[in-house]
Design a protein around this ligand. Structure first.
Ligand SMILES: *Cc1c(COP(=O)(O)O)cnc(C)c1O
Length: 389
């Protein structure tokens, strides 16, 4: 649970009061030991074996739980390991309802892994809670949405979906909050049962660790997740836990600047003659701007846009930037360009891409923390270069 009145103080102090360890070290330690001494056989004190628990992991888990205002926080070896941990709660024959433009790796997990256990998934446009209601059957156990989808950045009304889900007994709502982060949105406060993160993105923020996070207020869900964390074993290393905990210390500062830069980039792109359309939830022109404005404290750092021309113009654009780097992933301090149709979303069948608005000329930017003027100038000259491709 949040312990201080403000987010940034929790990011820095929650779970790491140095009085709790003998050394009084201000910065938590990295405990690499895989096992722990017992005084009496079979009666371990705090820890027994690191797959089950580790002091460095505990510090991080307490901190992420505070940031999501959750009773429980758990970490996994990657975002997809966290996805796998939640979905271990399902049994053969169960059913999932998911937002249609769900993260590609999650979609692949539904289609290629869970289908082997006869667990089916219905994909719906979750920007309208009625579509979720219609898709729920008596086999449904999980409704899966994202705080902002990818790459069109549609914001889903979490409260409306939670109300719909909770009309059905034994159905839980999982929200992948990777894109918004708890700084801008806390889905548990709006009725979600589980929040998931790819901490690989904004939470760590430095593009050097893979990790997943799960948070919940439910003791019974936490018990199950803790069991699967131990029993399945997709846990992160103590060193990675240390790194993500360190990354969290600046989450609030980074998110403010990601958003400031993203807003400036989005506004600039809207004025460019080389751009057909800009998708940023912070702009009144975005289809889900009103939902975003009502439920989020900000709009985060992802901006998508449609470039004039065809894939050759997009290619030229992506090769003409000097600050933005052409690479997958997002949420780090460095600005990145993604061309979803041939990169992150290439595995989505062409007609599905068309339906989801993922044109060949759609570009996704992860707007980083470089100086804003340099970012805008970089885009300006690259757009200019691309127009003559
Ligand atoms: C990257 C990502 C994931 C998967 O996380 P990994 O850490 O890469 O396993 C899940 N959901 C979203 C929204 C993501 O962006």
């Amino acid at each position: 649970m949040a312990t201080f009145p403000h987010f940034g103080t929790d990011a820095i102090h929650a779970g790491q009061d140095c009085k709790q360890w003998k050394s009084k070290a201000v910065i938590p330690g990295i405990f690499l030991s895989t096992t722990y001494q017992q005084d009496v056989p079979g009666q371990p004190d705090l820890y027994e074996y690191t797959r089950g628990g580790n002091p460095t992991r505990t510090v991080l888990q307490s901190c992420v739980a505070a940031l999501e205002n959750a009773k429980h926080g758990l970490v996994a070896a990657s975002g997809l390991a966290a996805t796998s941990m939640v979905l271990q709660m399902l049994s053969a024959g169960d059913h999932i309802v998911s937002v249609n433009d769900v993260y590609g790796g999650t979609n692949r997990f539904f289609r290629k892994v869970l289908s082997k256990y006869n667990i089916e998934c219905s994909l719906v446009d979750a920007t309208n809670a009625e579509n979720v209601e219609k898709a729920i059957t008596d086999k449904t156990k999980v409704v899966w949405v994202e705080s902002s989808t990818n790459p069109t950045l549609q914001c889903i009304d979490i409260q409306a979906v939670a109300n719909t889900v909770h009309k059905h007994k034994d159905v839980i709502l999982v929200v992948d909050n990777t894109f918004m982060t708890p700084y801008f949105l806390r889905p548990l406060d709006l009725g979600a049962d589980v929040v998931l993160h790819s901490a690989t993105k904004y939470l760590n923020g430095h593009t050097d660790v893979l990790m997943g996070v799960l948070c919940t207020n439910s003791d019974s869900i936490a018990d199950k997740l803790t069991f699967y964390q131990y029993a399945v074993g997709a846990v992160p290393s103590p060193f990675d836990c240390y790194m993500v905990n360190r990354g969290l210390k600046t989450l609030h500062v980074r998110m403010r600047m990601h958003q400031e830069n993203a807003m400036a980039v989005a506004k600039f792109l809207e004025t460019s003659p080389h751009v057909v359309k800009v998708l940023y939830p912070g702009l009144p022109s975005h289809p889900t701007h009103e939902v975003a404005k009502r439920q989020c404290k900000g709009y985060s750092g992802m901006v998508s846009f449609v470039l004039k021309g065809d894939l050759s113009n997009v290619t030229k654009f992506s090769q003409s930037t000097k600050v933005f780097i052409l690479a997958e992933s997002l949420g780090g301090y460095e600005s990145l360009i993604d061309v979803p149709s041939v990169m992150t979303h290439a595995s989505v069948p062409a007609e599905e891409r068309e339906q989801l608005g993922i044109k060949d000329t759609l570009v996704r930017l992860s707007v980083g923390l470089e100086e804003c003027g340099d970012l805008v100038e970089d885009l300006r000259q690259a757009l200019e270069a691309a127009s003559s491709a």
